[in-house]
Design a protein around this ligand. Structure first.
Ligand code: HEC
Ligand code: HEC
Length: 437
């Protein structure tokens, strides 16, 4: 172990304070990515013998960079996490190897009446994550905690390193501000709770660090699996320290560089006048703007913005498969549907492989927040991993604001789309000629 790794060796808490249940599964272990087996052990693939050495190499490399289990957190140097990641844990190791001793971390809380500050044990990000997030997002952040199977939409799998509700360009990481908003305010209309009143500001920062830690770990795991899958099983350098380092740096740099990539609207919001709302409606319907620009919202969101556009599988098939009771029957149900519905179903999944539905814009419930700026971000740069594309610069910034004004007005004015005709509707086919006798 090199000294830079030793320095950053942290020990997480075993205590699960606040959880009174008697169910104790013992020390938690990370679960491996399914890709480790799929890519490296699957004997039906090109590599007929599988790659057991490289598979082990990925496990070891990951443990070297991030620690072997959630109780022994190791934060890679240069992670960019505040305080070098120390806030992830409430115990920190002092000393080396067998000599290492876990030491409790304390914080000083100032008391009101001029009394000396009170020394309090700190619950680290990992302890907070265990208490508040793990049952949905899972030990490794794979979105597969014990509650996850009962939820639609499913909790986010952090490991691919993709996040939906960001202020940054499509595909880029979220900023800390974006994640903070998600954790504080929750994602409206989903089971992702708002933690604003449950946690102190400092605790929210810590749990946020831990979510980033899991995401970095998961994306590094996928990167190492990629390296191993193209390498020769007997190449001793295939997963050398240099390779580990470059895979890791690639992930970390994406997190570091994003803070300067916030996608700010280049012009101030257009006031929500009648004209602006109607211009937004026409753009929604696919009509050309005065500047000759046009977009297609209807194909996905439907002509009445009910979330039932033709690009997605129909609502009844969706309901049947997603909410149809016994999950093991879902696949079978899908198999029984016609071929074109099965094809369409594939296009109704998000990048995590979960069933996806365009938002019903009449309800006025927006996962990523209902501030005009939130909607600007969603419409201008799209929703990463969720098929919704960015519409800037196809639309100019003031035109995006018109659409935002329309989207905000619609729930209060359901008549806005009554009898509206989308631009690309092909006229109903002419009546068939009366058959000749
Ligand atoms: C009851 C289940 C539940 C709990 C508890 C929960 N989440 Fe979530 N979380 C979700 C769901 C569901 C989504 C995804 C919603 C979607 O994709 O529409 C999500 C998404 C997220 C995202 C992704 C946001 C994005 O932009 O893609 C983050 C980050 C997140 N949660 C963090 C946390 C943290 C941190 C905690 C604990 C403090 C937590 N969650 C607790 C259910 C939960
Ligand atoms: C290719 C399909 C597609 C197109 C085109 C599309 N959307 Fe979406 N949109 C979606 C999907 C899918 C979601 C739901 C994503 C999710 O919940 O993860 C969504 C969600 C939204 C949301 C809700 C965001 C939130 O925070 O919950 C708004 C608002 C929205 N779309 C507006 C629009 C507008 C306006 C247009 C046209 C300018 C448009 N969309 C074009 C597929 C699309």
């Amino acid at each position: 172990m090199t000294s830079r790794f030793r320095l950053a060796w942290l020990v997480g808490s075993l205590a699960m304070a606040g959880c009174g249940g008697s169910f104790n599964p013992g020390p938690l272990q990370y679960e491996e990515s399914e890709a480790l087996t799929r890519e490296l052990a699957d004997k039906t693939k090109a590599n007929l013998a599988g790659k057991p050495k490289l598979q082990e190499g990925v496990r070891k490399g990951l443990a070297k960079l991030f620690g072997p289990n959630p109780q022994e957190i190791r934060v890679p140097p240069g992670s960019g996490l505040p305080a070098g990641g120390r806030q992830l844990a409430n115990l920190i190791a002092t000393g080396e190897g067998p000599e290492a001793r876990p030491k409790q971390i304390y914080v000083l809380r100032t008391s009101a009446t001029g009394q000396p500050p009170i020394k309090e044990r700190q619950a680290g990000g990992y302890a907070l994550y265990r208490r508040h997030c793990l049952h949905c997002h899972g030990v490794s952040g794979a979105g597969n905690g014990p509650t996850a199977d009962f939820l639609y939409p499913r909790p986010r799998d952090y490991r691919p390193g993709k996040f939906k509700f960001t202020s940054t360009p499509n595909g880029a990481k979220p900023t800390r501000d974006d994640l903070r908003r998600t954790i504080r305010d929750g994602l409206h209309g989903t089971s992702m709770p708002a933690f604003d009143s449950l946690m102190a500001d400092t605790e929210i920062e810590q749990v946020l660090d831990y979510a980033i830690f899991l995401s970095m770990r998961g994306e590094t795991e996928l990167g190492l699996i990629d390296e191993a899958s193209i390498a020769d099983e007997n190449d001793p350098e295939a997963l050398s320290d240099d390779v580990l380092d470059s895979v890791l740096k690639n992930v970390i740099n994406k997190w570091k560089s994003v803070e300067t990539q916030v996608f700010n609207p280049p012009v101030a919001r257009t006031p929500a006048t009648r004209q602006s709302i109607l211009r937004g409606r026409d753009l929604f319907l696919g009509h050309k703007s005065r500047k000759g620009n046009s977009v297609d919202c209807v194909g996905c969101h439907g002509p009445q913005a009910l979330g039932n556009g033709v690009s997605f599988v129909s609502q009844d098939v969706f309901n049947e498969v997603v909410f149809g009771g016994d999950p093991s029957l879902q696949e079978a149900r899908l198999q029984n549907h016609r071929k074109e519905i099965r094809e369409q179903w594939k296009n109704s999944l998000d990048d995590w492989g979960n069933p996806l539905r365009p938002n019903n814009l009449n309800r006025g419930v927006f996962k990523g927040g209902r501030r005009p700026l939130d909607l600007y971000w969603r419409i201008a740069k799209g929703i990463t991993g969720a098929k919704m594309p960015g519409h800037y610069p196809t639309l100019e910034a003031d035109e995006v604001w018109d659409v935002v004004n329309f989207v905000l007005a619609l729930p209060y004015e359901p008549k806005l789309l009554e009898g509206a005709v989308p631009a690309n509707v092909t006229p109903a086919p002419a009546k068939p000629a009366v058959a000749q006798r």
